[in-house]
Design a protein around this ligand. Structure first.
Ligand code: UT7
Length: 334
């Protein structure tokens, strides 16, 4: 090292979520429509996943446009001028262009001109990963305000004839604005990965295979029961660790907002965590299906819009998905 020490940036004492916004595509798709392609039924889908409906994007609803719509709502709720957004972090597993990333276009559309903008690839756990990064960016001084979004067009990467996934996934986008705060409003993240289990949720083919022969279109495949067991064990574990890292207990929570993968996973985790009755449990999956990286901000928006959880109340978030990867943290609701 040379004799001259580098300066480093200094940020706020804490960071918190200042606003949340959601975009739900107009087209509501019932179980009967998806069941037709997979020899299934409304009864089976409700019983095994809890899902009653999901939304599918129209041709004009892209990963970029849906993400921008959600982010604009989050900005409006936060009262933050888009010009003060220093970073846009976009979590998605269904943006089908290798380049460019989707985030710069979202930054442009929301008026965050010139902001640093990047995509975060952590599948269904992408939102919690990006939120942890946003917290660090604001506290380090690398950014004043950060827009974090999860945006998915899962209908593009799901095979309507695959019995293990066709009924599960839906489309949509959710976003939050993170900014400086006197007190921490985003607790320490508990995160990690297990690449040995990478094949549990994976595309059926890669771009390289597609170059050799364009058919069939690469779609998502999932070892459902194995993923189910892993998620049922992991969510309570990382939930307890995130509570402990934040120095709070289940009695301090107003809401539990896990990734909406399957209602049975949500219920099992709520039970294992021994949540008291006053804690609102997010069950957005019933109406939205599994929207991957978008599911947690969509569910957060729904809880707050319905008045099921108070602004300022503490919520435990827990994401998990392909990789396999996980991330959880406690946040103060906007
Ligand atoms: O978001 C990323 C992380 N993803 C998740 O966390 C998803 C985790 N996994 C799941 O949510 C569940 O595994 C599913 C909802 C995907 C599937 O539910 P399951 O209870 O695990 O079903 P299964 O695959 O164990 O199948 C149970 C039975 C089988 O019949 P038998 O062998 O018991 O006679 C399947 O053949 O249900 C049958 N089955 C179906 N029946 C009607 C499997 N898929 C279907 C279907 N419709 N779509």
């Amino acid at each position: 090292m040379s004799g001259r020490a580098l300066r480093s940036s200094r940020g706020a004492n804490g960071a918190r979520i200042l606003g949340v916004g959601a975009f739900r595509p107009a087209r509501v798709v019932g179980n009967d429509e998806v069941a037709a392609g997979i020899d299934s039924s409304d009864e089976w889908i409700r019983r095994r996943s809890g899902i009653a409906t999901r939304r599918f994007a129209d041709a004009g609803d892209t990963v970029v446009s849906m993400g921008a719509a959600a982010a604009l709502k989050a900005l409006a709720q936060s009262g933050v001028d888009p010009a003060r957004v220093g970073v846009v972090l976009l979590a998605s597993m269904s943006h089908l262009e290798q380049a460019p990333p989707a985030a710069p276009r979202v930054a442009q559309l929301i008026g965050a001109h010139g902001a640093a903008a990047m995509d975060v690839g952590a599948a269904c756990a992408g939102f919690c990963h990006a939120l942890a990064l946003a917290d660090s960016l604001v506290r380090s001084g690398a950014a004043d305000h950060v827009v974090v979004l999860g945006t998915e067009r899962m209908s593009d990467i799901v095979d309507p004839h695959d019995r293990g996934t066709a009924f599960l996934f839906g489309d949509g986008a959710g976003a939050v604005v993170v900014g400086p705060a006197e007190e921490p409003g985003i607790g320490p993240v508990v995160w990690g990965s297990d690449g040995a289990r990478h094949a549990l949720i994976a595309h059926s083919r890669s771009w390289l295979h597609t170059r050799e022969s364009p058919d069939p279109w690469p779609t998502l495949r999932m070892a459902g029961p194995e993923v189910f067991r892993w998620a049922r064990e992991t969510v309570p574990l990382i939930g307890r660790q995130a509570l402990s890292a934040a120095g709070v207990g289940v009695d301090d929570l107003s809401a539990f907002i896990p990734h909406q993968a399957n209602l049975r996973i949500v219920e099992a985790a709520a039970k294992a965590l021994d949540l008291p009755p006053h804690v609102a449990v997010a069950r957005d999956i019933v109406e939205a299906g599994n929207t991957s990286a978008a599911s947690i901000p969509l569910a957060m928006d729904a809880l707050l819009t319905r008045g099921d959880a108070p602004s300022g109340g503490l919520a435990l978030l827990a994401g998990f998905g392909a990789g396999v990867v996980h991330a959880a943290q406690v946040v103060a609701l906007p």
